[in-house]
Write a protein that binds this ligand. Structure first.
Ligand SMILES: [Zn+2]
Length: 299
């Protein structure tokens, strides 16, 4: 490793398993939206609180390892769990926005995005008394038309770009994008050292250019796969790893297809142990954990 310590952002998307694309928010989802899922699954107009315990496990893990992270929180989640948002903030972590509803950008369109972004930002601003400056798009789907809207809403950085080729029908197609954090202005895939916005990408494995530094790939392909991508990215700059609290929680009580079972493989204690191993190995390698906001200021 270089003499200058590399920085790694640990980030957490605060949404629930039913925000996955197979469940809600995409054209192929089982439920049209979360409102119909709540009615069908909980017989209620709100979730049942399964998110709280796994999120607290994640907070304990971070406290145990002495690291601070960035939580990209869905507005819908902040509305249902404002106390949890305050707990995260009070533990010293950064709170960013993950939009309001967990819906594919191509379903929302430009006007829908504008409304969702403002609403998601507002709910966090109300809960914490200050607005978020970082954004992660639901399902990591970023489009150039979103950039001026992010800027208008006071966002300083984005952390949505996985530098992967397309995988399992998910249109990343960003294998040409720079893999270490960089500044940009109009187009998120075109670095501009004078740009006013920062992109903090999610690393892939070398050559194959498939996602590496995500909880889903850690569970599907193993800690070694994730570390391969992270170590490769760290050769040239700073990096990021992200996962979800639902990944350290119990498997949802549903009949699942093979693809859903693969996607939800090794939830619970296995994943909690895996995240701790990744954090520990990176600490042993001498990296410094910073929040995404701190990294964006330093790029
Ligand atoms: Zn998400």
């Amino acid at each position: 490793m270089a003499s200058d310590p590399r920085r790694v952002v640990l980030s957490v998307d605060l949404d629930e398993w039913y925000h996955c694309r197979w469940a809600t928010g995409s054209p192929r989802s089982r439920w049209k939206d979360t409102a119909s899922f709540f009615r069908d699954h909980y017989g209620s107009d709100r979730p049942a609180g399964e998110l709280v315990e796994p999120t607290r496990r994640v907070l304990s893990l971070f406290a145990r390892r002495g690291v601070r992270a960035t939580f990209f929180i869905l507005g819908e989640v902040a509305t249902h769990y404002p106390e949890l948002v305050r707990e995260i903030d009070e533990a010293g972590h950064e709170v960013g926005s993950h939009g309001y509803h967990h819906v594919d950008i191509d379903l929302l369109g430009p006007d829908g995005f504008r409304a969702e972004l403002a609403r998601g930002r507002e709910v966090i601003a109300q809960v914490l008394g200050r607005p978020p400056v970082g954004y992660r798009a639901p399902n990591l789907l970023l489009r150039d038309f979103m950039i001026p809207v992010l800027r208008e809403n006071g966002f300083r950085y984005d952390a949505s770009v996985c530098t992967s080729r397309s995988l399992l029908g998910k249109n990343f197609g960003h294998d040409h994008v720079a893999r270490n954090p960089y500044r940009f202005r109009e187009r998120f895939s075109r670095p501009d050292p004078q740009g006013d916005l920062v992109e903090i990408p999610i690393p892939t494995v070398p050559v194959l250019r498939l996602p590496a530094a995500t909880g889903i790939l850690t569970r599907v392909a193993g800690v070694g796969w994730t570390m391969w991508g992270l170590r490769d990215a760290l050769k040239t700059g700073d990096a990021q790893y992200y996962f979800h609290p639902y990944e350290v929680g119990p498997r949802p009580p549903l009949a699942l297809s093979w693809r859903e079972r693969l996607f939800l493989r090794r939830l619970g204690p296995w994943m909690e142990g895996a995240v701790e191993r990744i954090v520990t190995r990176l600490q042993e390698a001498g990296v410094r954990f910073v929040t995404a906001g701190e990294l964006a200021e330093a790029v």
